[in-house]
Design a protein around this ligand. Structure first.
Ligand SMILES: Cc1cc2nc3c(=O)[nH]c(=O)nc-3n(C[C@H](O)[C@H](O)[C@H](O)COP(=O)(O)O)c2cc1C
Length: 407
């Protein structure tokens, strides 16, 4: 069976490994001698000091964060987070797609306040934004996943743990008392996959997110160009614990199919959703297979370049699903107006990726909190100005499609 690597570092020599997907030996070559226990990259290995700050940060707009974070992040970590696949067309398209929709405000509506709270699969959120799963957070902050887990809980919203984390899923589970989902890159080893799913359930994760668009590492050329730059030493948090079970969380099943979705549901009994849906047909099939939600995503433009943005596909998917299950959308969200437009087009919640990691690099948990707080304030402002008193009143009537809007 084919073994593949996914959302992880590509070294100059590692690109060969990334593309030679059928060769597990090559595929592992970028990960020499890693310890099983969580371990932050060392200063020397990371090519500079990893950010380790814990402080409140001031934010004018989330768009400023990338440039600010670049000043404090290690070069490899920055390229890993900021980069996309190929020409990065899809990464840019994720931004452009929002600007094909304009907001139609409903003035004189007489509402003196707006309630931003939302609910997803029974979990109440301070507003309809959750933290997207992001692996290898040990390349961003010396405390690895902890700042993002804690900052997300401080903002009263939901954290999604990636199976490609440096901390163990159990450590992440107790790092905050906020709600969490577990995102799995399904390992090739069935016993190990079952073990991870059972551990996630036992640790209190409320749902399983099966990512299907990253069963091999794509052509992330910013990382490839960093030839000669030291690669941070990142441990795998979620290694097998059961005697006799072997496997590697970075070695993903290369021939995923629909029965893998059913496997996740049957093993846990938890709500399951597929992350990486980009068509009405796949959305409908996932629901037919028992999924409780649909996660529209192109992986932040990091996997298959030239795929559409989730926002472009959202109206079609929402029309096909007819409200049967909630829809999560991600990619290119920077503004409260983006959250509003996604909801108007049929999303239940939006997942935020890179800005969260920039917040972690700049200010640890307080930085992540500040990012989520800033976005919430902008969303609240948008709701107030658009005349929508609560999230359910944000409907398709509040957006219009335009061609060739300003960039
Ligand atoms: C550094 C980084 C690591 C990521 N790792 C994962 C991962 O482990 N699992 C996953 O499903 N998606 C992963 N993603 C994709 C995000 O979950 C999300 O789909 C994407 O970042 C959303 O786009 P945005 O960054 O423009 O908000 C990663 C994204 C980034 C930026």
């Amino acid at each position: 069976m084919t073994l593949n690597r996914r959302d992880l570092f590509v070294t100059g020599s590692g690109i060969a490994a990334a593309l030679a997907v059928s060769d597990p030996v090559l595929a592992q070559s970028a990960w020499p001698g890693e310890a099983a226990a969580p371990q932050a990259p060392t200063t020397a290995a990371a090519g500079g000091a990893l950010p380790n700050s814990e402080k409140r940060i001031g934010i004018v707009t989330l768009r400023d964060l990338e440039a600010e974070a670049q000043k404090v992040m290690v070069p490899y970590g920055f390229a890993f987070v900021a980069g996309g696949a190929g020409d990065e067309w899809t990464m840019r398209e994720n931004l452009a797609a929002f600007n094909r929709w304009v907001i139609s405000p409903n003035y004189l509506a007489g509402h003196g306040a707006a309630d931003t709270t939302a609910t997803i699969l029974g979990t109440k959120l301070s507003y309809p934004v959750i933290t997207a799963p992001m692996g290898n957070q040990g390349s961003v902050h010396a405390q690895m996943e902890a700042p993002v887990v804690k900052g997300t809980a401080m903002a009263d919203t939901l954290f999604t743990e990636s199976s490609a984390s440096q901390m163990t899923l159990e450590e992440v589970a107790v790092a905050s008392d906020g709600p969490k989902w577990f995102q799995i890159y399904l390992p090739d080893s069935r016993p190990f996959a079952a073990e991870m799913l059972h551990r996630a359930k036992a640790s209190g994760y409320k749902a399983i997110v099966l990512t299907v668009d990253a069963f091999l590492t794509s052509n992330r050329e910013r990382s490839v160009r960093l030839q000669g730059v030291a690669v941070p030493k990142l441990s795998r948090g979620n290694v097998p614990k059961t005697p006799g079970v072997s496997g590697d969380p970075m070695m993903v099943k290369g021939n995923l199919d629909w029965t893998d979705v059913e496997f996740c549901r049957e093993e846990t009994g938890l709500p399951v959703m597929v992350k990486g849906i980009l068509s009405p047909a796949q959305a409908l099939e996932s629901v037919r297979r028992g999924c409780s939600a649909v996660w529209l995503s192109n992986h932040g433009g990091r996997q298959l370049d030239n795929t559409p943005s989730a926002i472009t596909m959202l109206p079609r998917v929402a029309a096909a699903l007819k409200g049967r299950v909630p829809i999560i959308v991600d990619g290119g969200v920077f503004r409260g107006q983006d959250v509003f437009r996604a909801l108007a087009l049929g999303a239940s919640v939006v997942a935020l990726g890179r800005p969260i990691l920039y917040g972690s690099a700049l200010g640890g948990a307080q930085g992540v909190h500040a990012v989520l707080q800033h976005l919430r304030n902008e969303f609240l402002m948008t709701m107030r100005l658009a005349g929508t008193p609560d999230v359910k009143s944000i409907t398709r009537d509040h957006v219009l499609r335009v061609e060739g809007g300003a960039a």
